[in-house]
Design a protein around this ligand. Structure first.
Ligand SMILES: [Mn+2]
Length: 308
């Protein structure tokens, strides 16, 4: 019997946290593979995750900075080493539950892996309850539904599929809530009205290998972009500082307005490929891209394609 660490990506969002928390619970409930599973995280919890777990009386996942040689791990909501824990190359990846593209993934041994291009990793975890013949508790249903809604921006993101909508409807029915209204309540527990420029940049940012360059792509989701638009020079300065700190070549930031359904996109550093991929040219105040809600599908994917 081993103790397996289960965790989502760096700069965790609600999906990274809840997929690790609820998947570990499920695997422990069914004594999966005879191992024990411990939910961990690679950074501080988003406000909505901290509140949901506190309300449910569940301990926060353990914050880890690295893993030891040979440690068994399950990755949720990511699979790329650049977005994962330090020491991953020496760890034993026994499982992956993810809804992202795969980037340079190899393992020494066969593994439990489920990757589906659905709207959230928690949609996949919800499906795994069915697969393993377990009915989620109301608390588990609530945590899963919260992450499904934050990750798909209340099912409005182009990453949301009919399957996500069906799973959300089922969980909502169990809880007696309207999924979209519930998602909006979760969203509004974020203290985004007081975010500093540094928080807007670093709160939700991922690193990608674009050709031979390291590109950071961040996303700040808000229900009203007016405040952020008034802070553009500060935000650009924070972008340059973050890029320098991480030793990346370029940085892209999407200020995503959920209500207006689009993103104001800013570029700093070497971003010629990024601008080409998105078909826009950077201007001082940023470029408004209507309909752009998904970093994965509408920002990272076209940029990576333009680098090929
Ligand atoms: Mn996700």
């Amino acid at each position: 019997m081993s103790n397996v660490l289960v965790f989502g990506h760096q700069n965790p969002d609600n999906d990274a946290i809840m997929s690790a928390v609820v998947l570990s619970q499920l695997l422990n409930q069914v004594n999966y593979n005879g191992d024990t599973y411990q939910a961990c995280c690679l950074g501080p919890l988003p406000a909505e995750s901290a509140k949901l777990l506190a309300d449910a009386g569940i301990d926060e996942p353990q914050l880890i900075e690295s893993v030891e040689e040979g440690q068994k791990v399950v990755l949720t909501d990511h699979n790329e080493a650049g977005q994962s824990v330090a020491g991953l190359e020496g760890a034993q990846i026994v499982g992956v539950v993810d809804h992202h593209r795969f980037g340079g993934f190899t393992t020494a041994a066969p593994l439990h892996i489920i990757a589906l291009p659905w709207g959230s990793s928690c949609s996949i975890v919800a499906k795994l309850f069915d697969v393993l013949g377990v009915v989620p508790t109301d608390t588990q249903a609530k945590l899963l539904l919260s992450a499904m809604m934050t990750d798909t921006l209340m099912l409005k993101s182009p990453t949301a599929t009919d399957i996500d909508a069906a799973i959300a409807a089922k969980l909502g029915e169990q809880l007696g809530v309207d999924p979209v209204k519930f998602g909006m309540e979760v969203f509004l527990t974020r203290p985004s009205g007081s975010f500093t420029a540094e928080q807007m940049v670093g709160n939700d940012i991922k690193q990608f290998e674009v050709g031979d360059k390291k590109l950071l792509i961040g996303q700040y989701e808000t229900v009203d972009k007016t405040r952020a638009l008034g802070m553009i020079p500060e935000i650009r300065e924070a972008m340059r500082a973050y890029q320098a700190e991480k030793g990346a070549d370029g940085i892209v930031l999407c200020l995503t307005d959920i209500m207006e359904e689009g993103s104001q996109v800013l570029f700093e550093g070497e971003t010629a490929v990024a601008q080409k991929g998105l078909g826009v040219a950077d201007v001082a105040e940023g470029v408004w891209m209507p309909g752009v809600l998904s970093r994965k599908k509408q920002v990272a994917a076209p940029i990576l394609a333009a680098a090929e």
